[in-house]
Write a protein that binds this ligand. Structure first.
Ligand SMILES: Cc1cc2nc3c(=O)[nH]c(=O)nc-3n(C[C@H](O)[C@H](O)[C@H](O)COP(=O)(O)O)c2cc1C
Ligand code: SF4
Length: 410
């Protein structure tokens, strides 16, 4: 078993260009360089791990990845972004431990993506939090600007949340600093209009992210790898762009609390298709809403979701700017469907490559590649899996009985 094995830095091989060679993430050794990226599973009834969730990740681990990522775990009840999310608290430990053991039994490591949804949150009955007051479409109400006390409390919640994962035997924790979730919203000039020490210059806007990373590292020490998923670009007018996001990354690197950055982009709030590329599943999204909203959504959906053509490794041109500016380990993400892309990314200095949809379509993709069938993933970027987060995330092209985490009738 290579997961969870702590190795001295000098004995690991950071230069291996073979995707199936062992990889290093901080002091953690992975069996290969391929990671299942976060895809919120929508299977945590009661905000706890369920059998479906365990089987989902067991299947991905058995499919050959070096590490799978459980997503998304809210650090507090007000940090939830959608129904059926795990809320990190002591009662969650036994289920999380069961999931970690199931993944380990298949030879993979397990990471958990933790965060506070901030303005993306749609928790009913209370306004969601944001750096500044603004209208939150998901909640159909205005957000509340966080106070100094909120910032201190949420920072401590991140640290406590990471400790819950550590106690459950997780190998890594991924801090969600992207997609307009709370920390990402602080980084964004379009969403952060504060005039105190948390707003204004990019150093001020990055202060919350740096504080969270530091608190999590102090809490877990060297017991876990700590990653952060960071937006390179928000993908909407006036949002965070690469000139500033590279500066944020340099500050995080200088602080030394993180083992790797996962490079992402886009906004679950304002421009989700920038994240995904490919087709906008407007009709399927409409069906997820109650009838009156559904009708309106059918009319305005295409305007709300401008589409971007899918290209293999679509974030690579932006990610290269980070590779050039930083020396810390980086994870390439976004539209990776081919094994030769993985090799090319590693050749360009990306330590790990993460895939989301390719592994929803084929949880056994890595094993297939390793066994010699190197054909590209069967994912066609239709994005019809995205609205399935409300009923158990799955690829619509996989037959019900073959879906990880689903029974034959789901
Ligand atoms: C159904 C679905 C759910 C997702 N949920 C999350 C999530 O909870 N957290 C997150 O950071 N990204 C989430 N993503 C985005 C993916 O992690 C990834 O960034 C994006 O899909 C691009 O990678 P890909 O081209 O390999 O799919 C989700 C993607 C999909 C398709
Ligand atoms: S529904 Fe399936 S084929 Fe379509 S984007 Fe999602 S994983 Fe790919």
């Amino acid at each position: 078993m290579t997961y969870g094995v702590r190795v001295p830095q000098e004995t690991a091989d950071p230069t291996a260009a073979d995707p199936f060679s062992a990889a290093r993430l901080g002091s953690l050794r992975l069996r290969n360089h391929l990671v299942k990226a976060a895809t919120f599973e929508g299977m945590a009834a009661g905000n706890l791990v369920t059998d479906r969730l365990v089987s989902f990740h067991r299947a991905v681990a058995a499919g050959g990845v070096g590490m799978t990522t459980l997503a998304y775990l809210a650090v507090s009840p007000d940090g939830q972004g959608a129904p059926n999310e795990i809320v990190l608290r002591p009662e969650a430990v036994p289920g999380l431990r069961r999931l970690a053991e199931a993944v380990h039994a298949e030879g993979a490591a397990v990471s958990g993506q933790i965060g506070h949804a901030g303005p993306v949150g749609a928790v009913r009955g209370r306004p969601s939090l944001a750096p500044s007051r603004q209208f939150a479409p998901a909640a159909m109400r205005f957000t509340r600007a966080v106070t100094e006390d909120d910032i201190a409390r949420i920072t401590a919640d991140f640290a406590r949340g990471a400790l819950v994962l550590a106690e459950a035997g997780f190998d890594a924790v991924e801090l969600h600093f992207g997609h307009s979730y709370l920390v990402s919203a602080f980084l964004s000039p379009a969403l952060n209009h504060r005039q105190d020490r948390w707003g204004g210059s990019i150093v001020n806007r990055a202060a919350f992210a740096r504080q969270v990373a530091g608190a999590v590292r102090s809490a877990v020490g060297g017991s876990m790898a700590v990653l952060a998923k960071l937006n390179m670009a928000d993908g909407f007018r006036g949002g965070l762009w690469i000139d500033e996001s590279v500066e944020v990354a340099k500050l995080l690197e200088a602080d030394g609390h993180l083992d790797a950055l996962v490079l992402s982009g886009g906004s679950s709030l304002r421009n989700p298709m920038y994240l995904f590329r490919g087709d906008a599943p407007v009709e399927e999204m409409a069906r997820a809403f109650p009838p009156p909203v559904r009708a309106v959504f059918r009319v305005v959906g295409h305007r709300l979701f401008p589409t971007y053509p899918f290209e293999e490794a679509y974030f690579l041109p932006l990610a290269r700017q980070f590779r050039r500016a930083l020396s810390m380990p980086l994870v390439l993400l976004g539209g990776v469907n081919r094994l030769d892309t993985v090799g090319r990314a590693m050749g360009e200095g990306f330590e790990l490559v993460a895939m989301a949809r390719a592994l929803l379509r084929e949880p056994g993709l890595v094993r297939r590649w390793r066994d010699g069938d190197r054909a590209e993933s069967l994912c066609i970027h239709c994005n019809k899996c995205v609205p399935t987060i409300y009923r158990g995330t799955h690829c619509v092209l996989v037959a019900p009985g073959d879906r990880p985490g689903h029974g034959p009738t789901d």
